[in-house]
Design a protein around this ligand. Structure first.
Ligand SMILES: [Zn+2]
Length: 146
């Protein structure tokens, strides 16, 4: 059996720095998953999709570890969690405040350009509370089925 190979810390020095900067120890598994997440621009991934990707790259990691790692990255501020009602949770490498298109057919999540949606009026928060963030999800269907 071929031994699975994980990226060495040297190979992914920038990613190790990113993890350390967020207060996370750059373990082999974290490095490998962070490389998949952050090496190729902004992405929206589910734990299941990232797990499949990891296995395809011969990164020996369980789905539970992928879940835990994604939640650790989110808590450390490296990812933003986007919950789509009735579907899965997506993890977004773009942690800035932005809105999303959600394609109901493919399950794909896409960023909406900042400024393309303007919210003119917000309700007062209930007593003792403040608004922390507004999430907007614009759902898409194929034109032929709408
Ligand atoms: Zn996004």
């Amino acid at each position: 059996m071929r031994r699975p190979r994980l990226p060495s810390e040297e190979q992914y020095g920038g990613i190790a720095k990113l993890l350390r900067g967020a207060g996370l120890r750059p373990t082999q598994q974290r490095l490998a998953l962070a490389h998949l997440l952050f090496a190729n621009g902004d992405r929206h991934v589910t734990a299941e999709a990232l797990h499949e990707e990891a296995l395809a790259r011969k990164v020996p990691v369980s789905l539970a570890t992928v879940y835990n790692t994604l939640h650790q990255f989110t808590e450390a501020g490296l990812l933003r969690e986007v919950a789509v009602e009735g579907a899965k949770t997506y993890f977004d490498t773009n942690t800035s405040n932005h809105y999303h298109f959600f394609c109901e057919h493919s399950g794909q999540l896409m960023d909406i350009e900042t400024g393309a949606i303007r919210i003119e009026v917000l309700p007062e928060a209930p007593d003792g509370m403040a608004i922390s963030r507004v999430d907007v999800l614009v759902r898409l269907v194929d034109k032929s089925t709408s």
